[in-house]
Design a protein around this ligand. Sequence first.
Ligand SMILES: [Zn+2]
Length: 255
Amino acid sequence: MPAETHLFSCLKDNYGVLLHDPESGATASIDAPEAAPIEAALQANGWKLTDILVTHHHADHTGGIPALKDKYKCRVVAPAAEADTIPGVDQTVREGDKVTVGKLSGNVIETPGHTNGHVAYWFHADKLAFVGDTLFSIGCGRVIEGTPGMMWRSLTKLRDLPNDTEIYCGHEYTAANIRFARTIEPDNAALVAREVQVKQQIAQGEPTIPVTIGDEKLANPFLRADLPEVAALIGMAGKAAAQVFAEIRARKNKF
Ligand SMILES: [Zn+2]
């Protein structure tokens, strides 16, 4: 049976998301920004929390873990490289490890850059990827612990997922990301179309995610740093993709 997901808001602009296996009844929370909205989402669906899959150690992704683990006795899965800084970890994971939520099966993809141990969880049969703060719709996470080159490699790993993979990220930043992206590629038709769509979604109080990898590839400048036309647009024709990416990221930091 296919996986079910439930997306909801947490904290100021974080997303919470539940991944549910209807066959076994298992339910995972991807990260745990705060306990109360996650409990409310579980209750609304009649689901019981069995697992928390952590993408990285930041407090706005882990703050809810202690209360949820106390209440549900759920298993906490977290990146091996950050297990020391994440509360209640039961299982650590690395690149290529398999993670199960009931009968659902996912793979761990290491995506360092935002933090050095950051991981994404890819449930290929269900065409879902939970990418934390590595990739946002029309944006990417700040490079806080790693290097721009590291972040670029991580983003290309996510870009390599099948085009119909639905991406769930950690924050609602899409509208601001589009405003920035249009300064890099003002005439990108896919980006202009996405801007119209996102304005409509926000006006209707709808989330702007999930998005597919295929759509992001057409409009997200951070996934397009190896295209000659993008390098040319920012005056870096012929430069290496990682350098072009670093320049776009630096501009976004100042935007
Ligand atoms: Zn973060």
